[in-house]
Structures are given as C-alpha cells and as structure tokens.
Design a protein around this ligand. Structure first.
Ligand code: CMP
Length: 141
C-alpha cells in the first residue's frame, strides 16, 4: 500500500468557508501535507484531470463546476493514504456518507461534494503529478 494520496477541497467548500475546517480534519486524521496550493482551474485543466470520466453524462457539469471558482489541491502522506483519506471523506454521494465524514458534514450534493480523493495508488501518483512538481513535495518535514 502506498503512503501518498491526492485531495482537492472543491469550489463549493472553499466558497462556503470550509477550507480551514477541512484542513483541520486532514491533520486530525494524521495526514502530513506534503504540498498545498490555492488555485482556480481552467476548464482545460478540469477536463484533463477528469479525463477518465469524459464519456459520462455529468462530465460537462463536473468540469464546469470544478473550474468555477477557487479550490485547494493537496498532496497528502500517511500509511495506506488512499484508503485512509477515502474513509475520512466518506461516500461520493453525501446522502450515503457516514456520520463524521467530511462529505457528510460539508457536501451539498453528489456534484458539489466538498472534496476529492484518489481511488488508487496509481491514480494518486498521476493526480499528484498533474498539479505538483517533484520539488514542490516537501517530504523531510
Ligand atoms: P470525485 O471524487 O471528485 O470524482 C468524480 C466526481 O464526479 C465525483 O467526485 C462527483 O462529484 C462527480 N459525480 C459523480 N457522479 C455524478 C453525477 N451523477 N452527477 C454529477 N456529478 C457526479
């Protein structure tokens, strides 16, 4: 199991003032933040990041939303990081998310679900590489 994952605090959560509270959940759950940046994705970046979903009916809605405002991208480190972060954020659909998870507490809908988390070690590597250079990852903290 890998020790890195990739997370996004999505535009809905940033706009609703939840960035600090979600940061706190990240640290309380035992993750080290290797790197983080506030950014506004272009539509092309959102389409590239979510290319795996390009045939899905919600692709346009998803990429328009993800490029609609500021978001925070983060590279996180912890033992078994992918599974750990997915447990911390809860199910994709906030209506199905467990009590105490980030999506249960901060997401408003399936589309605007507050946070993203990688679904595999392979995708975590790819997703971190999509937004961060190697030198931006601060591992000797
Ligand atoms: P995320 O973990 O960022 O990965 C893909 C995203 O697509 C997912 O979170 C949801 O926000 C979004 N998504 C999945 N299914 C739907 C849907 N049926 N309608 C709109 N958005 C969706």
């Amino acid at each position: 199991m890998g020790n890195k994952t990739f997370a996004i605090i999505k535009p809905d959560a940033v706009k609703n003032g939840h960035t600090g509270k979600i940061y706190d959940r990240v640290l309380t759950a035992g993750f080290k933040i290797l790197s983080a940046k506030l950014m506004k994705m272009t539509l092309a970046q959102a389409e590239g990041f979510y290319a795996v979903h390009k045939e899905r009916p919600f692709f346009g809605e998803l990429t328009t939303f993800m490029s609609s405002g500021a978001c925070m991208v983060l590279a996180l480190e912890k033992e078994n990081a992918v599974a750990g972060w997915r447990k911390t954020i809860g199910a994709t659909n906030p209506e199905e998310a467990d009590e105490g998870t980030i999506r249960k507490d901060f997401a408003t809908s399936l589309g605007e679900n507050a946070v993203h988390g990688s679904d595999s070690d392979e995708n975590a590597e790819k997703e971190i590489g999509f937004f961060f250079t190697e030198s931006e990852l601060i591992s000797n903290q």
